[in-house]
Design a protein. Sequence first.
Length: 115
Amino acid sequence: MNWIWRAGLAHILIGSAILFGTLHPLRDMLEPADLHLAIVGSALQAMQGLGLLIVSQLSKTRWPAALIAVGAACYASMLYVIIFTGLHPFDPLVPVGGAVMLAGWIMLLVTPSPK
């Protein structure tokens, strides 16, 4: 397995675990706004992981995959810090992570397709 595949699996695992947690234990522990952030953030992280599994099967996708993986990790982890600690010093990193993730998808869009 290559690192892109493993990164995708890690994003799916973490995103799914937190998403499943929002169904029961986190639903009672978090404020409604934080619960919504947890649902959206974890679902987006899991979707990026699925995308990485697909990208891992293509050639010439190392840099786009790196941007997607790092961007999703930054986006999701900063959301989780905000949600679970209430600390907000890293708020600006959430949109930066999202922008890096989108840059990876855009880079993949302009990458020549395999023959």
